[in-house]
Design a protein around this ligand. Structure first.
Ligand SMILES: [Zn+2]
Length: 184
């Protein structure tokens, strides 16, 4: 039987590599690789916590990139293709000043992931505050904020491929709670 064609998430990578990932998924081996590398889910579970997390990173690297008016998880964002997160920037005149309102929305699927993956997507959206296109300057800025950016994006995409193929989240809170019941 021929393996399924590689899913969209790995479309940007060499076909041999994407097929290797598909095979690991089919053989049920990717789960252990991912869980060994990223054993823990993060605790950024609310829009408020996400706002604080994003502001902390922004304060560290992009202090002068303008203010963020809103940061939120968005369940309507589909993770397929490039829409892992979105950033909007609306400029309008307020009195005598030109005010730019910026928002960052992160797909809800990132609520149940390791901190490394959340950090990668937040770094991506923060970089868009300065660089609009996915060009060299953009990725340089991503790497400045997160030196492992490319590896994390690849690992994230393998996880999304797993999720698509199996429908089984690896870092779901329900699963983790079931695995380690709290003492009453
Ligand atoms: Zn982007």
């Amino acid at each position: 039987m021929r393996p399924k064609p590689p899913p969209n998430y790995l479309a940007g990578y060499p076909i041999a590599l994407a097929e290797q990932v598909q095979q690991l998924i089919a053989q049920d081996r990717l789960v252990n690789i991912l869980l060994q590398k990223y054993p823990l889910a993060h605790a950024v579970r609310t829009d408020r916590a996400l706002y604080d997390y994003v502001l902390e990173l922004k304060g560290e690297y992009l202090r002068n990139a303008g203010q963020l008016s809103k940061v939120a998880f968005d369940s309507k964002l589909h993770v397929i293709r490039h829409a892992l997160g979105t950033h909007t920037s609306i400029s309008r005149v307020q009195g005598t000043k030109l005010k730019t309102k910026r928002e960052i929305r992160i797909a809800t699927v990132f609520k149940e992931m390791p901190l490394e993956f959340l950090r990668m997507i937040v770094v991506h959206e923060l970089a868009h505050l300065k660089e609009r296109e996915h060009d060299k300057a953009f990725y340089q800025l991503c790497l400045h904020m997160e030196p492992e950016y490319h590896q994390l994006e690849f690992d994230l995409r393998t996880y999304l491929s797993h999720l698509e193929a199996t429908g089984q989240p690896l870092w779901s809170v329900a699963t983790l709670d079931a695995a380690t019941p709290l003492e009453k």
